[in-house]
Ligand binder design. Structure first.
Ligand code: FAD
Ligand code: MLT
Ligand code: ZN
Length: 472
């Protein structure tokens, strides 16, 4: 396909102004590869509109000319969804200039933000009015609200507050033909037919461009307690969740599991992450309790629960953070895993979920089969176990060849996905399909589900110009 016609190019430049156009090959580079450098593409152009009207005009012009668009936020996605294909004919539509907080309504407990607002800025804006926006994940300093919505992001507080789908009340979306759906309603009850926002949440930019959202706010957290504990097995970790829920109820706001291999990688590559205990253990958990009530006795609750668990052998050792610095250090041990694994050569990422009760069976069966399939394989299993979500990531055997390891990707993936399916699980818990798992979804989703997804895509984007090659 030829490059964009001079007439279209001129019209697009008029639509977004000189500050919104990136054409030089060098300046486009960061928009053409993903965070892990696992996916690379080419683009005809990168456009950075500054308003919904500008987005609508760009989409309308591209639709009329048959040019495909790839929406992009912070480009931290882990499935290659925001990276254009190799043709050089697609236009990357970056939303990062649309970064206004449009309104805060503390009485309605809502905030209205544009798609390019960084998640961290959203959290800060909520805190300024004494509220909490609870979505929290390792990339929060660089991912955007639009990307969070488009991937239905999860993270470390889903246990208590749900994922992005649960946090959104209304959306503003530019449809694939350039029309704008004004759905920015801040209503908790609205049963006027199909709930259209859910079409676009988790659609990874394949059904339209999200330009703004009304999101829920919650009471600010006034008390918090954080612990790091060693556990003998995933079974013990699951038992501990039940114990903590029984005692602390909804105050249990985070429960993350990490294999020893995951923690060793962080200790090796991230400064300031020393071993917390006198000896290494097979599994670790990070626990967080929180409450809107000031001076809630959360540390005492946590200590007594962990004491009971120690007596029962569910916990081998534990430490409750005594300061904000210690809390940050414990979270660094957890959040550093993705980054640390990048230093160990190519990683094969698998983001699966099974019922929480099936986590121990899943790990036992999958570990055993994978070790038999590739001796020396380093299994970096960790994640949001309170949601039944594991990042079952693999690093090559020490000293082995990168290419030989990548050649095993398909075989190892089949082992993991077969075990996931056998337990009624999902091959993508929170990262989406993007281009990474589009093929796998064809194999692992039910034919009727795939047919319904294609029907929706055809209805909203019959020309197939909105992020083609992703999801469906
Ligand atoms: P991008 O990467 O830019 O885009 C992601 C997808 O959304 C693409 O398909 C893109 O086309 C589409 N998109 C982006 N903006 C729009 C828009 N405005 N309208 C329509 N479509 C759009 N994810 C989790 O869920 N939980 C985690 O715990 C987590 N931890 C992470 C930790 C690290 C270190 C990293 C690098 C990533 C992590 N992620 C996690 C993945 C990623 O951060 C999230 O998926 C995030 O929500 C993506 O936001 P983004 O702005 O970077 O989106
Ligand atoms: C995380 O929870 O750290 C990310 O979602 C997982 C990853 O980077 O694979
Ligand atoms: Zn995660």
């Amino acid at each position: 396909m030829p490059a964009l016609s001079p007439t279209l190019l001129h019209a697009l430049e008029q639509a977004v102004g000189p500050a919104g156009v990136i054409r030089s090959a060098d300046a486009m580079q960061p928009y053409l590869r993903d965070w892990r450098n696992a996916y690379r593409g080419q683009a005809a152009l990168v456009l950075r509109p500054a308003s919904t009207d500008q987005v609508a005009e760009v989409v309308r012009l591209c639709h009329a000319a048959g040019v495909a668009l790839v929406p992009q936020g912070g480009n931290t996605g882990l499935c290659g969804g925001a990276v254009p294909d190799a043709s050089g004919t697609q236009v990357v539509l970056s939303l990062t200039r649309m970064n206004a907080i449009r309104a805060i309504d503390p009485a309605n407990e809502t905030i209205t933000v544009e798609a390019g607002v960084l998640l961290q800025h959203l959290q800060e804006a909520a805190a300024e009015v004494g509220r909490l926006f609870p979505l929290s994940l390792g990339a929060e300093g660089s991912c955007t609200v639009g990307g969070n919505l488009a991937t239905n992001a999860g993270g470390t507080a889903v246990l208590r507050y749900g994922n992005m789908r649960d946090l959104a009340l209304g959306l503003e979306v530019v449809l694939p033909d350039g029309r704008v759906w004004h759905g920015l309603r801040g209503l908790r009850k609205d049963n006027t037919g199909y709930d259209l926002k859910h079409l676009f949440i988790g659609a990874e930019g394949t059904l339209g461009v999200i330009t703004a959202a009304v999101l829920k706010l919650f009471p600010a957290i006034a008390s918090r307690a954080t612990a790091w504990a060693a556990v003998p097995s995933p079974q013990a970790a699951v038992a501990l969740i039940g114990r903590l829920r029984g005692v602390c109820g909804d105050r249990l706001s985070g429960f993350e599991l990490m294999s020893r291999q995951s923690v060793e990688f962080v200790q090796r590559h991230v400064p300031g992450c020393a071993e917390r205990f006198s000896q290494a253990h097979p599994w670790y958990v990070l626990i967080e309790l929180s409450d809107a009530l000031a001076n809630a006795p959360l540390a005492e609750l946590l200590e007594s629960s962990l004491g009971g668990a120690l007596e029962q052998g569910e916990v081998l050792d534990a430490v409750v953070a005594a300061s904000q610095t210690q809390v940050a250090a414990l979270w660094k041990l957890r959040e550093g895993i993705s980054e640390a694994q990048n230093h160990e050569g190519p990683s094969l990422k698998h983001d699966i979920s099974v019922p929480v009760s099936s986590i121990p069976a899943f790990i036992e069966a999958t570990d055993r089969q994978l070790r038999a399939a590739l001796p020396g394989l380093r299994i970096v299993a960790y994640g949001h176990v309170g949601d039944g979500n594991l990042h079952y990531n693999l690093s090559k055997p020490e000293g082995s060849d990168d290419a030989a390891f990548k050649a095993e990707a398909e075989r190892l993936m089949q082992v993991i996905y077969a075990a996931t399916l056998a337990l009624g699980g999902s091959i993508s818990a929170e990262h989406g399909l993007g281009q990474a798992k589009r093929e796998a979804a064809q194999q692992y989703k039910a034919p009727l589900e795939l047919e319904l997804m294609r029907t929706l895509k055809q209805a909203l984007d019959p020309a197939g110009l909105m992020n083609p090659g992703k999801v469906v």
